[in-house]
Design a protein around this ligand. Structure first.
Ligand code: ATP
Length: 291
């Protein structure tokens, strides 16, 4: 059974269509990444999946349950929203215990679980610290830890590592990979292509509310583009080659470097860089936009 099944989901804010015909599924123990530029609809989609917003049309099932039954499965879902919604006026341990109680855990178990997780994440020293005294990275870790209190089988993370420095981002990645090994499924949004391709079994490109492409990160490029890209410092077009133009540079794809080099020579053009094609190239090729 799929953990998440989304079919033809459409969402409007008043007259503004922000999601259109979104369909995908997430299988048990898999990691799924939604990647797209600002305003592409990532947060809206995670809010609908986590039951905080309603779609105008389409179907969504989580663990086989439809949205009106979400209450029955809410403890199987761990959510980390984009904005910090920890209670600033109480300390870390109190935040965790209050959340656990809201999820229906008794206080003794709540305290035990909170202390265990703080220890496991190396955050024990912060347990009596007020939230407002913590760094951005530590707050994000506490939010992730809070999402794990009910031992969820599905994690929904909205830009979990945005603005964090690379070493803390790496710690997040390790936690998500560790949870995958326990068969926890994760869906996360990100702006970072390297994060998506490192973590995800499936990457989905979201642009202007539409899911334009999805697949395994290794297959996505080779199914659509050649494996090398030439960067040329002006706008040109060469017939029969796939290419895109971005900021007055032309990017041409090829699997035959020598062939393209000699073709360019005929026109007196020298590439400034020749490199392997990346997922960022693929997104730009498909949308004309940077993630
Ligand atoms: N509550 C709301 N009311 C009206 N419009 C909204 C609301 N929330 C989001 N939008 C609009 O919906 C579109 C999608 O926004 P959303 O936050 O889902 O995108 P996003 O991909 O998560 O962006 P970001 O990467 O900046 O977080 C945007 O045009 C946004 O302005």
């Amino acid at each position: 059974m799929s953990v998440i099944q989304v079919e033809s989901l459409t969402k409007y804010y008043k007259k503004l269509k922000v999601l259109e015909g979104i369909s995908f599924s997430l299988e048990e123990g898999q990691i799924f990444s939604l990647i797209g530029p600002n305003g592409s609809g990532k947060t809206t989609l995670t809010k609908i999946i986590s039951g905080f917003s309603k779609a105008n049309s389409g179907k969504i099932k989580i663990f086989g349950r439809s949205t009106d039954e979400f209450k029955k499965i809410k403890n199987k879902i761990g959510l980390v929203p984009q904005e910090n919604n920890l209670d600033q006026d109480i300390n870390v341990l109190e935040n965790l215990i209050v959340h656990s109680e809201l999820c229906g855990l008794n206080i003794k178990i709540a305290k035990e679980r909170s202390l265990n997780l703080l220890q496991k994440f190396g955050l024990d020293k912060y347990k009596h610290e007020d939230i407002r005294n913590l760094s951005g990275g530590t707050k994000r870790k506490i939010m992730l830890l809070r999402a794990l209190l009910t031992d969820p089988k599905l994690l929904i993370l909205d830009e979990p590592t945005v603005g964090l420095d690379p070493s803390i981002r790496r710690q997040f990645w390790d936690i998500i990979i560790g949870l995958k090994s326990q068969n926890v499924s994760t869906i996360f949004t990100t702006h970072y292509m390297e994060e998506a391709s490192f973590l995800a079994d499936t990457i989905a490109f979201l642009n202007k509310g539409k899911l334009i492409l999805s697949g395994n990160p290794q297959d996505l490029i080779k199914n659509i583009l050649e494996n090398f890209v030439f960067e040329i410092k002006k706008r040109i077009s060469i017939e029969s080659y796939k290419s895109y133009i971005y900021e007055d540079k032309t990017f041409i794809f090829t699997s035959n470097k020598e062939g393209l080099l000699s073709k360019l020579k005929l026109f007196g053009i020298e590439p400034c860089t020749i490199r392997e094609t990346t997922l960022d190239d693929l997104f730009l090729y498909l949308t004309g936009e940077k993630v």
